[in-house]
Structures are given as structure tokens and as C-alpha cells.
Design a protein around this ligand. Structure first.
Ligand SMILES: [Ca+2]
Ligand SMILES: [Ca+2]
Length: 301
């Protein structure tokens, strides 16, 4: 009797542990299956979103009308011919501020002459050389006589002389004897006039054909960079908002990647401007990638 009871108890215990094993196995299987189903649902959701995204680069252009602030002299002018009468270089740092520096012509065997030059430093850490389209020089001055023209020149570091060769204007400016503005730009020849560290030397000089001693007030003399920006036009032709995260500029020799952060809503066009991206000359491709992994490509030249 005792043996039979013992056998039944042992059989019951084995039955209970079998049930526990089965239940636990079921729990584990359900957990795995539900995770797989959820994961696959999420993947399908991402795929579905990725398929519905429609990214286009409709245009890429250089915008070249952007200008840096003025860079002005930080030390006294060198008077090559002539003399300083009054004022100081600080008076030429701001236009129309009631302060100017006055120079006077010096008598020479050909006539009365004046040429003064100052040193300017372009901030190339903010405006790297590759972004420079050209350089502008602006003078605000007053001359005591209108009998001869006044010229702006810059030091040409390869020719080792002050020159205006390649400037957009080389005919000088005829003074009115009031305050006059005279500006020149260095066209695509600017590179000969700018050292790798951004140093420029700018000269103001007379024409030299008048036998009258002139006095010249310089109210302002400054140099600034005209730099190029690149405008990318992105178009969203899909039903979902997309987020652009990377941009590549590719040509036969370079493959440059940039981080970007541009969000374009469904049906919208975005003009996205960057001044730290340069476009190579010749054929190139622009490629953008969305956060979901879609790609758009634009071919330009
Ligand atoms: Ca003169
Ligand atoms: Ca001034």
C-alpha cells in the first residue's frame, strides 16, 4: 500500500514538472515569435516609408554676390612719395565718421606726386581662398583739385610691383573736390594680389600730369572679399517629409562628403545655401542621402 502511494506521488511530481517545462517553452516561443513579428513589422514599415520617399535635387548654382565685412589698415600707411599732413591711419578705418588722414604731394622733377600704401589682411580663416570670387577695394577721399585722376593699385606678389593690371577699372577717378567714392574690383586676377596668408598691400596714387601741389584727405580705405556660395534646390515630390543628412560633391578626382541638416516637407522646395562647399570646375555630381537611406543625384558642370 505504501509502495503504491509512493509511486503515484512520484508520477504526479513528474507530471507537474512536465507541465512547467511545456508552459515555460511556450512562453519563450511566444516571446521569440512576437519579437520576430514586431521586428518584421517595423522593417516593413521602414521599407514602406523608404519606398514612398521621393527626393530630387532640381538645381545647383553658384551665388556670387556675397561680400565679407571690410578689412582695414591696422598700422600706419607708408608714404612713398609725398608727406603726411595730419590725422592717422585709424581715421581711414571708418567711412563718413568725421575723421580722415591728410597727405600732400611732394615736388619731383617730372611734377608734384603722391603715393601712399597700406597693408591689409583678409581673414582667410572665415573666407577660405577657394571660396573667394574676387576682391574689392573702396576709397572715400577728398582732393583739393580736380586736375588729375587718382588711382587704386595693389601689390602684385608675382610681378613684385604695385599694379592695376586686370582690375575692372584702370582709368582712375576724377575728383570733384568734395568727398568722392572710388571702388575697383580685381576680377579673376585677384589671386596675384593676395598672399596665401591673406596679406594685401593697397596703394593710392596720383596720375602725375599736373603742376599743382595737391592735398588728399583719405576718409576710408578698405578691402573686402566677394565670395561664392552654393545654392542647392531640393524638391520633395513624395508623400513623406524627408530629412537630408549627407551631401557629396564628386568629380573625377575628388569625393568630398559634407554633413547637412535639411528637412523638406511633402510637395515643398527648399533652397539650401552653403558657403563652405566649393564646386569643382568641369563635370561634377552632387549626391544627397536622406535619413531613411534614399539617394538623389544631380549632374552639373
Ligand atoms: Ca600730382
Ligand atoms: Ca574716416
Amino acid at each position: 500500500m505504501r509502495t503504491i502511494t509512493g509511486l503515484r506521488l512520484r508520477r504526479d511530481r513528474r507530471g507537474v514538472s512536465n507541465i512547467i517545462v511545456v508552459v515555460l517553452s511556450l512562453v519563450i516561443i511566444i516571446a521569440i515569435v512576437s519579437n520576430v513579428v514586431l521586428w518584421s513589422y517595423r522593417m516593413n514599415q521602414l521599407d514602406w516609408e523608404k519606398i514612398r520617399e521621393n527626393v530630387k535635387i532640381s538645381n545647383v548654382t553658384r551665388v556670387s554676390a556675397t561680400r565679407s565685412p571690410w578689412f582695414v589698415v591696422q598700422s600706419e600707411y607708408t608714404v612713398n612719395t609725398g608727406s603726411r599732413v595730419s590725422g592717422a591711419y585709424e581715421d581711414t578705418q571708418v567711412a563718413d565718421d568725421g575723421g580722415w588722414e591728410t597727405f600732400q604731394e611732394e615736388e619731383t622733377p617730372p611734377t608734384y606726386r603722391l603715393d601712399v600704401n597700406g597693408t591689409f589682411t583678409l581673414d582667410l580663416s572665415s573666407y577660405p581662398l577657394w571660396s573667394v570670387s574676387t576682391v574689392e577695394i573702396q576709397l572715400r577721399y577728398g582732393a583739393s583739385d580736380a586736375g588729375e585722376n587718382w588711382y587704386l593699385k595693389a601689390y602684385n606678389w608675382t610681378a613684385n610691383e604695385f599694379s592695376d593690371s586686370g582690375f575692372n577699372s584702370t582709368t582712375g577717378h576724377t575728383p570733384t573736390t568734395g568727398w568722392d567714392n572710388y571702388a575697383v574690383n580685381l576680377t579673376d586676377q585677384w589671386r596675384s594680389y593676395v598672399q596665401d596668408d591673406g596679406t594685401m598691400r593697397v596703394e593710392v596714387c596720383d596720375e602725375g600730369n599736373e603742376a599743382v601741389r595737391m592735398t588728399v584727405d583719405i576718409d576710408f580705405l578698405g578691402v573686402r572679399i566677394v565670395f561664392s556660395e552654393i545654392r542647392f534646390t531640393f524638391r520633395n515630390e513624395g508623400a513623406l517629409t524627408f530629412h537630408l543628412v549627407s551631401l557629396w560633391i564628386i568629380n573625377s578626382t575628388d569625393h568630398e562628403r559634407y554633413d547637412i541638416n535639411a528637412i523638406v516637407n511633402s510637395g515643398e522646395t527648399l533652397n539650401y545655401i552653403r558657403d563652405d562647399i566649393s564646386l569643382p570646375t568641369g563635370q561634377y555630381a552632387v549626391k544627397v542621402v536622406t535619413e531613411r537611406g534614399n539617394i538623389a543625384v544631380y549632374l552639373g558642370s
